[in-house]
Write a protein that binds this ligand. Sequence first.
Ligand code: CP
Ligand code: NVA
Length: 307
Amino acid sequence: MAALKGRHLLSVADLNVQELTDLLAFAAQLKSGETSWTCRKILGLLFTKASTRTRVSFTVAMYQLGGQVIDLNPSVTQVSRGEPVTDTARVLGRYLDILAVRTFKQSELEDYAKYSGIPVINALTDLEHPCQILADLLTIQECFGSCAGKTLSYFGDGNNVAHSLLLGCAMMGMNVRVAVPSEPYEPDPEIVAKAKEFAGDKAEITVTYDSKAAAEGTDVLYTDVWASMGQEMEARERIPLFKPYQVNQELLSLAHSDAIVLHCLPAHRGEEITGEVMEGAQSRLWDQAENRMHAQKALLASILGKD
Ligand code: CP
Ligand code: NVA
């Protein structure tokens, strides 16, 4: 994966189809234990939002590659006391080999990339969650043999996860149906347009208000929280609006009989997904969570290159 050496991953769209395909193949290879690739590099994790999976999977992936990790929790750095990104980024770039940033604004992530002088990975912003989608595509590939030609239906908020799914699935030749309540919960029109461009005439990208139509004959049902980090104040008012988009047994019964259910986690049982579906035979949530580590290990190894 020499093509990714020294590069940033700020958006799924930073990869081309070949790079994404190769990255997924490399992740599968690492997962099967075929490659013993090691590095002695140092990864910084600068997360201004909570995280379990991303934090731990990046840390374990880096340790397994022979590298080290520094947790740059803003509350124990000068970030919480207002040191500007332009300064923090330039200083971190002098110490670290690579930086993963979880924050609110995409523009702040872009500033870390611009000023640090080292590769920066998007570990989630309000706009995108590319690392999540690498794991999702790896899981879909494992379940169905390949992604191309399959249909993924996303139910809920047109958020960061929906955006990265739109881009990543479209690149892999998957049909994507996004079922959301009306404005302001629809995905960003620019991302939808980009996904349509990636899909070309190979796949269909649809945004709909009709959750049943989106579930009909689909291969993958995917959902995420109705109120993302930073939107906690809106959580109560969103519940009645989002209720028709809950992934439950009724919705699942409309899908292909071998359809799978995915959720990036953390989940709110009884809101965006029922406990019955989460724990049911078609759920692949735990494989999906495990795949975060394999996909990110491939990403880190590709960006860092060999020692
Ligand atoms: N899916 C995901 O990114 O989980 P965390 O917020 O726990 O990292
Ligand atoms: N959309 C969610 C994803 C959490 C992994 C959020 O941004 O909070």
